[in-house]
Design a protein around this ligand. Structure first.
Ligand code: FAD
Length: 345
Protein backbone atom coordinates (compact mmCIF):
# COMPACT_ATOMS: atom_id res chain seq x y z
CA UNK A 1 0.00 0.00 0.00
CA UNK A 2 1.24 3.46 -0.89
CA UNK A 3 0.22 6.54 1.10
CA UNK A 4 0.06 10.07 -0.33
CA UNK A 5 -1.17 13.36 1.06
CA UNK A 6 -3.05 14.19 -2.13
CA UNK A 7 -4.55 12.59 -5.18
CA UNK A 8 -5.27 14.92 -8.11
CA UNK A 9 -7.63 13.79 -10.85
CA UNK A 10 -7.08 15.60 -14.17
CA UNK A 11 -4.20 17.02 -16.19
CA UNK A 12 -5.33 20.44 -17.45
CA UNK A 13 -4.49 23.89 -16.10
CA UNK A 14 -6.44 23.30 -12.86
CA UNK A 15 -4.66 20.03 -12.08
CA UNK A 16 -1.15 21.11 -13.10
CA UNK A 17 -1.21 24.42 -11.26
CA UNK A 18 -2.49 22.62 -8.18
CA UNK A 19 0.34 20.08 -8.59
CA UNK A 20 2.78 22.99 -8.64
CA UNK A 21 1.46 24.10 -5.23
CA UNK A 22 2.04 20.60 -3.88
CA UNK A 23 5.59 20.38 -5.20
CA UNK A 24 6.39 23.81 -3.83
CA UNK A 25 5.14 22.79 -0.41
CA UNK A 26 6.78 19.36 -0.39
CA UNK A 27 3.56 17.38 -0.38
CA UNK A 28 3.38 13.81 -1.60
CA UNK A 29 0.83 13.19 -4.31
CA UNK A 30 -0.31 11.17 -7.31
CA UNK A 31 -1.84 12.88 -10.33
CA UNK A 32 -4.08 10.88 -12.67
CA UNK A 33 -4.02 11.84 -16.34
CA UNK A 34 -6.13 10.06 -18.92
CA UNK A 35 -4.07 11.59 -21.73
CA UNK A 36 -7.01 13.03 -23.64
CA UNK A 37 -6.39 16.39 -25.29
CA UNK A 38 -9.02 18.67 -23.83
CA UNK A 39 -9.66 22.38 -23.34
CA UNK A 40 -6.28 23.24 -21.84
CA UNK A 41 -4.26 21.66 -24.59
CA UNK A 42 -6.26 23.26 -27.40
CA UNK A 43 -6.32 26.65 -25.71
CA UNK A 44 -4.62 29.63 -27.31
CA UNK A 45 -2.56 30.32 -24.21
CA UNK A 46 -3.52 33.98 -24.15
CA UNK A 47 -2.92 35.79 -20.88
CA UNK A 48 -5.10 38.84 -21.02
CA UNK A 49 -6.24 41.22 -18.27
CA UNK A 50 -8.85 42.92 -20.49
CA UNK A 51 -12.25 41.84 -21.79
CA UNK A 52 -11.69 42.92 -25.37
CA UNK A 53 -15.32 43.22 -26.42
CA UNK A 54 -16.18 45.93 -23.92
CA UNK A 55 -12.76 47.11 -22.74
CA UNK A 56 -13.36 46.18 -19.14
CA UNK A 57 -11.21 44.21 -16.74
CA UNK A 58 -12.10 41.58 -14.17
CA UNK A 59 -11.82 40.63 -10.54
CA UNK A 60 -8.21 40.56 -9.28
CA UNK A 61 -6.75 40.83 -12.80
CA UNK A 62 -3.52 42.50 -11.68
CA UNK A 63 -3.01 40.09 -8.79
CA UNK A 64 -3.63 37.17 -11.11
CA UNK A 65 -1.13 38.38 -13.70
CA UNK A 66 1.55 38.99 -11.06
CA UNK A 67 0.94 35.64 -9.46
CA UNK A 68 1.11 33.83 -12.81
CA UNK A 69 4.47 35.38 -13.61
CA UNK A 70 5.89 34.27 -10.27
CA UNK A 71 4.46 30.79 -10.70
CA UNK A 72 5.84 30.36 -14.22
CA UNK A 73 9.26 31.46 -12.99
CA UNK A 74 9.04 28.78 -10.28
CA UNK A 75 8.00 26.12 -12.81
CA UNK A 76 10.88 27.20 -15.04
CA UNK A 77 13.23 26.23 -12.22
CA UNK A 78 11.83 22.69 -12.30
CA UNK A 79 11.74 22.09 -16.05
CA UNK A 80 14.53 24.51 -17.05
CA UNK A 81 12.26 26.05 -19.67
CA UNK A 82 10.45 29.33 -19.98
CA UNK A 83 6.79 29.16 -21.03
CA UNK A 84 5.91 32.84 -20.84
CA UNK A 85 5.97 34.30 -24.35
CA UNK A 86 6.34 38.03 -23.93
CA UNK A 87 4.12 39.04 -26.85
CA UNK A 88 1.38 41.59 -26.25
CA UNK A 89 -2.07 41.63 -27.78
CA UNK A 90 -2.84 44.29 -30.40
CA UNK A 91 -6.57 44.81 -30.69
CA UNK A 92 -7.76 45.91 -34.14
CA UNK A 93 -10.32 48.73 -33.85
CA UNK A 94 -13.56 48.32 -35.76
CA UNK A 95 -14.10 52.09 -36.12
CA UNK A 96 -13.23 55.50 -34.68
CA UNK A 97 -15.85 55.18 -31.94
CA UNK A 98 -14.14 52.12 -30.53
CA UNK A 99 -10.85 53.96 -30.45
CA UNK A 100 -12.44 56.79 -28.49
CA UNK A 101 -13.97 54.33 -26.06
CA UNK A 102 -10.55 52.70 -25.54
CA UNK A 103 -9.00 56.11 -24.86
CA UNK A 104 -11.72 56.99 -22.38
CA UNK A 105 -11.37 53.66 -20.60
CA UNK A 106 -7.59 53.97 -20.54
CA UNK A 107 -7.99 57.00 -18.25
CA UNK A 108 -9.87 55.01 -15.61
CA UNK A 109 -8.11 53.74 -12.53
CA UNK A 110 -8.72 50.07 -13.23
CA UNK A 111 -7.81 50.06 -16.92
CA UNK A 112 -4.89 52.47 -16.90
CA UNK A 113 -2.35 49.69 -16.27
CA UNK A 114 -3.64 47.65 -19.19
CA UNK A 115 -4.74 49.91 -22.09
CA UNK A 116 -1.88 51.64 -23.86
CA UNK A 117 -2.73 55.06 -25.29
CA UNK A 118 -0.21 54.68 -28.09
CA UNK A 119 -1.99 53.36 -31.15
CA UNK A 120 -0.23 51.75 -34.07
CA UNK A 121 -0.92 50.30 -37.47
CA UNK A 122 0.29 46.85 -38.31
CA UNK A 123 1.49 45.55 -41.63
CA UNK A 124 0.09 42.59 -43.51
CA UNK A 125 -3.42 42.69 -42.05
CA UNK A 126 -6.40 44.96 -42.55
CA UNK A 127 -6.54 47.55 -39.75
CA UNK A 128 -7.73 50.88 -41.20
CA UNK A 129 -8.43 52.31 -37.74
CA UNK A 130 -5.21 51.00 -36.24
CA UNK A 131 -4.69 48.88 -33.14
CA UNK A 132 -4.43 49.33 -29.39
CA UNK A 133 -1.87 47.45 -27.31
CA UNK A 134 -2.91 45.57 -24.18
CA UNK A 135 -0.16 46.14 -21.63
CA UNK A 136 0.85 43.16 -19.51
CA UNK A 137 -0.84 40.73 -21.89
CA UNK A 138 1.27 37.77 -22.95
CA UNK A 139 1.05 34.18 -24.06
CA UNK A 140 1.81 30.77 -22.64
CA UNK A 141 3.72 28.24 -24.73
CA UNK A 142 0.88 25.73 -24.40
CA UNK A 143 2.54 22.83 -26.25
CA UNK A 144 5.79 23.19 -24.30
CA UNK A 145 4.00 23.48 -20.96
CA UNK A 146 1.90 20.35 -21.50
CA UNK A 147 4.88 18.36 -22.72
CA UNK A 148 7.46 19.29 -20.12
CA UNK A 149 5.47 19.69 -16.93
CA UNK A 150 3.81 16.22 -17.04
CA UNK A 151 7.23 14.73 -17.91
CA UNK A 152 8.70 16.45 -14.89
CA UNK A 153 5.90 15.05 -12.71
CA UNK A 154 6.56 11.61 -14.16
CA UNK A 155 10.28 11.79 -13.40
CA UNK A 156 9.42 12.65 -9.82
CA UNK A 157 7.03 9.68 -9.62
CA UNK A 158 3.85 11.76 -9.32
CA UNK A 159 2.20 11.03 -12.65
CA UNK A 160 -0.15 8.11 -13.26
CA UNK A 161 -0.83 7.96 -16.97
CA UNK A 162 -4.25 6.33 -16.60
CA UNK A 163 -7.89 7.26 -16.26
CA UNK A 164 -9.05 7.56 -12.66
CA UNK A 165 -11.76 4.92 -12.20
CA UNK A 166 -14.34 6.31 -9.76
CA UNK A 167 -15.75 2.87 -9.01
CA UNK A 168 -12.42 1.91 -7.40
CA UNK A 169 -12.50 4.80 -4.95
CA UNK A 170 -13.45 3.89 -1.37
CA UNK A 171 -14.51 7.17 0.32
CA UNK A 172 -14.77 5.61 3.77
CA UNK A 173 -11.25 4.20 3.79
CA UNK A 174 -9.76 7.11 1.77
CA UNK A 175 -8.36 4.57 -0.58
CA UNK A 176 -8.04 4.31 -4.33
CA UNK A 177 -6.83 0.90 -5.48
CA UNK A 178 -3.50 0.43 -3.65
CA UNK A 179 -3.17 4.13 -2.70
CA UNK A 180 -4.40 5.69 0.52
CA UNK A 181 -4.69 9.47 0.64
CA UNK A 182 -5.54 12.36 2.91
CA UNK A 183 -7.21 14.66 0.36
CA UNK A 184 -8.40 14.27 -3.17
CA UNK A 185 -8.76 17.17 -5.62
CA UNK A 186 -10.96 16.61 -8.64
CA UNK A 187 -9.91 18.85 -11.53
CA UNK A 188 -11.40 17.16 -14.57
CA UNK A 189 -12.85 20.13 -16.45
CA UNK A 190 -16.03 18.99 -18.24
CA UNK A 191 -14.98 15.39 -17.46
CA UNK A 192 -16.43 16.02 -13.99
CA UNK A 193 -19.84 14.99 -15.35
CA UNK A 194 -18.64 11.39 -14.96
CA UNK A 195 -17.61 11.94 -11.34
CA UNK A 196 -20.32 10.55 -9.02
CA UNK A 197 -19.32 12.96 -6.21
CA UNK A 198 -19.43 16.23 -8.17
CA UNK A 199 -21.34 15.51 -11.36
CA UNK A 200 -24.10 17.99 -10.46
CA UNK A 201 -21.97 21.08 -9.94
CA UNK A 202 -23.40 23.98 -11.99
CA UNK A 203 -21.04 23.83 -14.93
CA UNK A 204 -21.86 24.49 -18.59
CA UNK A 205 -19.74 23.40 -21.53
CA UNK A 206 -18.76 26.07 -24.02
CA UNK A 207 -17.25 24.51 -27.10
CA UNK A 208 -14.31 26.24 -28.73
CA UNK A 209 -12.50 25.56 -32.01
CA UNK A 210 -9.22 26.81 -33.34
CA UNK A 211 -7.41 26.31 -36.62
CA UNK A 212 -3.74 26.22 -37.50
CA UNK A 213 -3.03 27.89 -40.79
CA UNK A 214 -0.24 28.34 -43.26
CA UNK A 215 -0.23 31.92 -44.50
CA UNK A 216 0.86 32.44 -48.11
CA UNK A 217 3.00 35.33 -46.93
CA UNK A 218 4.13 35.16 -43.35
CA UNK A 219 3.42 38.05 -40.98
CA UNK A 220 6.43 39.50 -39.25
CA UNK A 221 4.60 39.90 -35.98
CA UNK A 222 5.97 39.36 -32.52
CA UNK A 223 2.59 40.13 -31.00
CA UNK A 224 -0.90 38.62 -30.98
CA UNK A 225 -3.44 40.18 -33.31
CA UNK A 226 -7.03 40.26 -32.14
CA UNK A 227 -10.14 41.22 -34.00
CA UNK A 228 -12.83 38.53 -33.89
CA UNK A 229 -10.32 35.94 -32.71
CA UNK A 230 -6.66 35.68 -31.83
CA UNK A 231 -3.96 35.30 -34.49
CA UNK A 232 -0.33 34.59 -33.61
CA UNK A 233 2.63 32.58 -34.93
CA UNK A 234 3.17 29.10 -33.47
CA UNK A 235 6.38 28.59 -35.41
CA UNK A 236 7.87 29.78 -38.69
CA UNK A 237 5.33 27.76 -40.72
CA UNK A 238 2.09 27.88 -38.76
CA UNK A 239 -0.20 30.48 -37.24
CA UNK A 240 -2.87 29.84 -34.60
CA UNK A 241 -6.31 31.36 -35.17
CA UNK A 242 -9.17 30.98 -32.68
CA UNK A 243 -11.18 30.29 -30.69
CA UNK A 244 -14.89 30.22 -31.22
CA UNK A 245 -17.62 30.01 -28.58
CA UNK A 246 -20.66 27.74 -28.80
CA UNK A 247 -23.03 26.59 -26.06
CA UNK A 248 -25.39 24.72 -28.38
CA UNK A 249 -23.52 22.24 -30.58
CA UNK A 250 -21.88 20.01 -28.03
CA UNK A 251 -21.12 16.77 -29.89
CA UNK A 252 -17.58 15.42 -29.80
CA UNK A 253 -16.49 16.30 -33.28
CA UNK A 254 -15.40 19.27 -35.37
CA UNK A 255 -18.28 21.58 -36.37
CA UNK A 256 -18.10 22.75 -39.95
CA UNK A 257 -19.91 25.97 -39.04
CA UNK A 258 -17.23 26.86 -36.45
CA UNK A 259 -14.44 26.25 -38.98
CA UNK A 260 -16.29 28.40 -41.50
CA UNK A 261 -16.62 31.14 -38.90
CA UNK A 262 -12.87 31.02 -38.32
CA UNK A 263 -12.01 31.01 -42.02
CA UNK A 264 -14.28 34.02 -42.57
CA UNK A 265 -12.89 35.81 -39.52
CA UNK A 266 -9.33 35.36 -40.67
CA UNK A 267 -10.28 36.30 -44.24
CA UNK A 268 -11.57 39.65 -42.96
CA UNK A 269 -8.14 40.67 -41.70
CA UNK A 270 -5.68 38.65 -43.77
CA UNK A 271 -6.22 39.53 -47.42
CA UNK A 272 -3.93 36.93 -48.97
CA UNK A 273 -4.41 33.17 -49.36
CA UNK A 274 -4.04 30.80 -46.46
CA UNK A 275 -4.37 27.08 -45.97
CA UNK A 276 -6.05 25.42 -42.98
CA UNK A 277 -3.65 22.71 -41.84
CA UNK A 278 -5.26 21.56 -38.57
CA UNK A 279 -8.60 21.92 -36.78
CA UNK A 280 -9.08 21.42 -33.04
CA UNK A 281 -11.84 21.77 -30.48
CA UNK A 282 -12.36 21.54 -26.72
CA UNK A 283 -14.98 22.30 -24.07
CA UNK A 284 -14.46 25.21 -21.69
CA UNK A 285 -15.92 24.47 -18.25
CA UNK A 286 -17.94 27.64 -17.64
CA UNK A 287 -20.08 28.94 -14.79
CA UNK A 288 -22.94 31.37 -15.21
CA UNK A 289 -21.32 34.08 -13.07
CA UNK A 290 -17.98 33.53 -14.88
CA UNK A 291 -16.10 32.60 -11.74
CA UNK A 292 -14.42 29.33 -10.82
CA UNK A 293 -15.87 26.68 -8.52
CA UNK A 294 -13.86 25.67 -5.46
CA UNK A 295 -15.09 23.66 -2.54
CA UNK A 296 -15.58 20.32 -0.93
CA UNK A 297 -18.15 17.56 -0.85
CA UNK A 298 -20.90 17.86 1.75
CA UNK A 299 -20.39 14.32 3.02
CA UNK A 300 -16.77 13.47 2.23
CA UNK A 301 -15.08 16.62 3.39
CA UNK A 302 -11.62 15.79 2.12
CA UNK A 303 -13.02 15.48 -1.43
CA UNK A 304 -12.44 18.81 -3.22
CA UNK A 305 -13.42 20.17 -6.58
CA UNK A 306 -11.42 22.70 -8.61
CA UNK A 307 -13.27 23.62 -11.76
CA UNK A 308 -15.15 26.33 -13.69
CA UNK A 309 -12.05 28.02 -15.11
CA UNK A 310 -14.12 29.23 -18.08
CA UNK A 311 -12.41 31.21 -20.82
CA UNK A 312 -9.50 32.19 -18.54
CA UNK A 313 -8.03 28.82 -17.65
CA UNK A 314 -4.47 30.03 -17.22
CA UNK A 315 -5.05 32.98 -14.91
CA UNK A 316 -7.87 31.33 -12.98
CA UNK A 317 -6.10 27.98 -12.75
CA UNK A 318 -2.88 29.46 -11.49
CA UNK A 319 -4.34 31.92 -8.99
CA UNK A 320 -7.07 29.77 -7.47
CA UNK A 321 -4.85 26.70 -7.13
CA UNK A 322 -3.10 28.55 -4.32
CA UNK A 323 -6.40 29.71 -2.83
CA UNK A 324 -7.63 26.12 -2.68
CA UNK A 325 -4.31 24.84 -1.35
CA UNK A 326 -4.31 27.37 1.49
CA UNK A 327 -7.89 26.54 2.31
CA UNK A 328 -7.11 22.85 2.61
CA UNK A 329 -3.82 23.23 4.47
CA UNK A 330 -4.40 26.31 6.64
CA UNK A 331 -8.15 26.58 6.77
CA UNK A 332 -8.10 29.94 4.95
CA UNK A 333 -11.58 30.81 3.76
CA UNK A 334 -12.48 30.38 0.13
CA UNK A 335 -13.66 33.81 -1.11
CA UNK A 336 -17.46 33.80 -1.44
CA UNK A 337 -17.14 34.78 -5.13
CA UNK A 338 -15.61 31.41 -6.04
CA UNK A 339 -17.02 29.21 -3.32
CA UNK A 340 -19.02 26.25 -4.61
CA UNK A 341 -21.52 27.00 -1.83
CA UNK A 342 -22.74 30.13 -3.63
CA UNK A 343 -24.94 27.81 -5.69
CA UNK A 344 -27.74 25.47 -4.66
CA UNK A 345 -27.61 22.38 -6.79
C1 FAD B 1 -10.43 26.87 -28.26
C2 FAD B 1 -10.13 27.30 -26.85
C3 FAD B 1 -9.26 28.38 -26.64
C4 FAD B 1 -8.97 28.78 -25.33
N1 FAD B 1 -8.06 29.78 -25.17
C5 FAD B 1 -7.71 30.16 -23.92
C6 FAD B 1 -6.71 31.14 -23.73
O1 FAD B 1 -6.15 31.65 -24.69
N2 FAD B 1 -6.36 31.49 -22.46
C7 FAD B 1 -6.97 30.90 -21.36
O2 FAD B 1 -6.61 31.25 -20.23
N3 FAD B 1 -7.93 29.95 -21.51
C8 FAD B 1 -8.30 29.56 -22.76
N4 FAD B 1 -9.27 28.61 -22.93
C9 FAD B 1 -9.98 28.11 -21.74
C10 FAD B 1 -9.16 27.04 -21.03
O3 FAD B 1 -8.74 26.13 -21.98
C11 FAD B 1 -10.01 26.34 -19.96
O4 FAD B 1 -10.44 27.24 -19.00
C12 FAD B 1 -9.15 25.31 -19.23
O5 FAD B 1 -8.54 24.47 -20.16
C13 FAD B 1 -9.91 24.46 -18.24
O6 FAD B 1 -8.93 23.68 -17.59
P1 FAD B 1 -9.31 22.46 -16.69
O7 FAD B 1 -8.03 21.93 -16.15
O8 FAD B 1 -10.35 22.83 -15.71
O9 FAD B 1 -10.01 21.40 -17.67
P2 FAD B 1 -9.45 20.58 -18.91
O10 FAD B 1 -8.53 21.35 -19.73
O11 FAD B 1 -10.65 20.00 -19.58
O12 FAD B 1 -8.58 19.44 -18.26
C14 FAD B 1 -9.13 18.37 -17.54
C15 FAD B 1 -8.35 17.13 -17.88
O13 FAD B 1 -8.65 16.08 -16.98
C16 FAD B 1 -8.73 14.87 -17.68
N5 FAD B 1 -9.62 13.96 -16.97
C17 FAD B 1 -10.96 14.05 -16.83
N6 FAD B 1 -11.44 13.01 -16.13
C18 FAD B 1 -10.38 12.23 -15.82
C19 FAD B 1 -10.23 10.99 -15.12
N7 FAD B 1 -11.28 10.35 -14.61
N8 FAD B 1 -8.99 10.47 -14.99
C20 FAD B 1 -7.91 11.11 -15.50
N9 FAD B 1 -7.98 12.28 -16.18
C21 FAD B 1 -9.21 12.83 -16.34
C22 FAD B 1 -9.31 15.29 -19.03
O14 FAD B 1 -9.03 14.35 -20.05
C23 FAD B 1 -8.64 16.60 -19.27
O15 FAD B 1 -7.45 16.44 -20.00
C24 FAD B 1 -9.57 28.14 -24.22
C25 FAD B 1 -10.44 27.07 -24.43
C26 FAD B 1 -10.72 26.65 -25.73
C27 FAD B 1 -11.64 25.47 -25.93
Amino acid sequence: MKNVEYIIVGDGYAALFFAHQLIKNNKSFALFSDGRKSASQVSAGIINPVVLKKFTTFWKAQEQIDFLKTTLAEIEKFTKKNYLVDENIRRIFHDEREKELWLKKSQTEELKPFLSTEFSEIEGVKNPFGTGKVEQSARLDVAGFFKDFPNFLEERGHLMRERFDYSKLDPLKNQYREITFENIVFAEGMGVTENPYFKNIPLNPNKGHHIRVKLSENLQNDFTIKKKHFLFPLNEHLHFYGGTYDREQLHHKIDDSAIEQLINGLGEIYMRDFEVVEEHFGFRPTVRDRRPLLGNHSEFQNFYVFNGLGARGILNGCFFAEVLFRHIENGDEIPAEVDLKRFDF
